[in-house]
Design a binder for this molecule. Structure first.
Ligand code: NAD
Length: 304
């Protein structure tokens, strides 16, 4: 089975590529390398260095004829989306539509989409279910929500099967400091150098951190399971940014204090995902908790 992975040179995408390849499927990568890195992809896998909005994307589909598309390529910086909503929408919404058109034309059998908990917006301090109202607080969240609507409507009009995965805050090896879960990478990068990281707000805001290898597994399981369903992918756990920083400081054995700055626009106070649906229908459970995931992540940063 051939699996075309957009954004496969990125943080999460490169772990998806590894797992798809290890499972015996053939991964093919489409990535414009704007934030991704060629060295994250095993040299035996084909990489097309191309933008998902490019007219030449069609030639890749014509040549490769993928069975499944896993779509991770995106502008992932929430703050950038607020500064430049046109560019965000162009890559995240128009890019997704362009890809869906190619999938329809070349008879792709399954479309798997990386969405985000950013579609929910501000909720009380509860675990959020997939049925919760969607009220994004940023243009990035709107771009993910809109893409979900296009995917569902493409399915109704053209019967393109899909699975949508709404990730909590993903962390782990190969993460860049930008993007949604970038706080773990920023904290490790700073503390290991003995520098103070910045915490926006009072640090009491909480997040549900999920390890990147568990997210890759959710994508792999979606190849055969969860047809036309939406799943939360998180750990249903709650960690404040202050707690996270203390854990990272202790693991790194560095006693550096954080600097506090005012909260940023578009930042959510609490975010925690209910994952019962993914467990029941997708057959997915996280196998890493924050402690075990941070230990593997630290080993990666220390090896750099
Ligand atoms: N990291 C998180 O915590 C998190 C949370 C929720 C959702 N997501 C989603 O997961 C996906 C992967 O995110 P990530 O954290 O690995 O970010 P990333 O920046 O590491 O990966 C994105 C990849 O897409 C590529 N790319 C970007 N725009 C492109 C374009 N127009 N054409 C072709 N390639 C393009 C980049 O070069 C990069 O390799 C994204 O869709 C993101 O919105 C991430």
């Amino acid at each position: 089975m051939k699996v075309l992975i957009t954004g496969g040179a990125g943080f999460i995408g490169s772990h998806v590529v590894d797992l798809v390849g290890q499972t015996g499927y053939e991964p093919v990568v489409v990535d414009n390398l704007s934030t991704g890195k060629r060295e994250f992809i095993h040299p035996s896998y084909r990489l097309y260095e191309i933008d998902i909005t490019s007219p030449f994307l069609k030639d890749v589909f014509k040549k490769e004829k993928p069975d499944v598309v896993i779509h991770l390529a995106a502008q992932v910086d929430v703050a950038f989306s607020i500064k430049d909503p046109v560019s965000d929408a162009s890559q995240n919404i128009l890019g997704t539509i362009h890809l869906l058109n190619c999938c329809q034309e070349f008879n792709v059998k399954k479309f798997i989409f990386s969405s985000s908990c950013a579609v929910y917006g501000e909720k009380d301090d509860v675990s959020i279910m997939e049925t919760s109202p969607l009220q994004p607080l940023s243009y990035y969240g709107i771009s993910k929500y809109t893409s979900e609507l296009y995917i569902q409507t493409f399915n109704k009009l053209h019967q393109l099967p899909f699975t949508i995965l709404r990730y909590a805050n993903v962390y782990g090896p190969r993460q860049t400091p930008k993007g949604e879960g970038g706080v773990v990478s920023i904290f490790f990068n700073k503390t290991l150098k003995g520098e103070s990281p910045i915490i926006f707000g009072d640090g009491g805001q909480t997040r549900d951190f999920v390890y990147v290898k568990d997210v890759a597994l959710a994508n792999l399981l979606s190849i055969h399971n969860g047809k036309n369903e939406i799943f939360n992918i998180g750990c249903n756990s709650k960690t404040s940014i202050n707690e996270l920083y203390n854990k990272i400081k202790n693991l790194s054995s560095k006693d550096v204090s954080a600097i506090y700055m005012p909260a940023r626009d578009g930042d959510i106070r609490h975010s925690r995902l209910d994952i019962n649906k993914a467990s029941t229908i997708l057959g997915w459970q996280p196998s890493f908790n924050l402690e075990t995931g941070l230990v593997e992540t630290l080993a990666y940063y220390q090896s750099k």
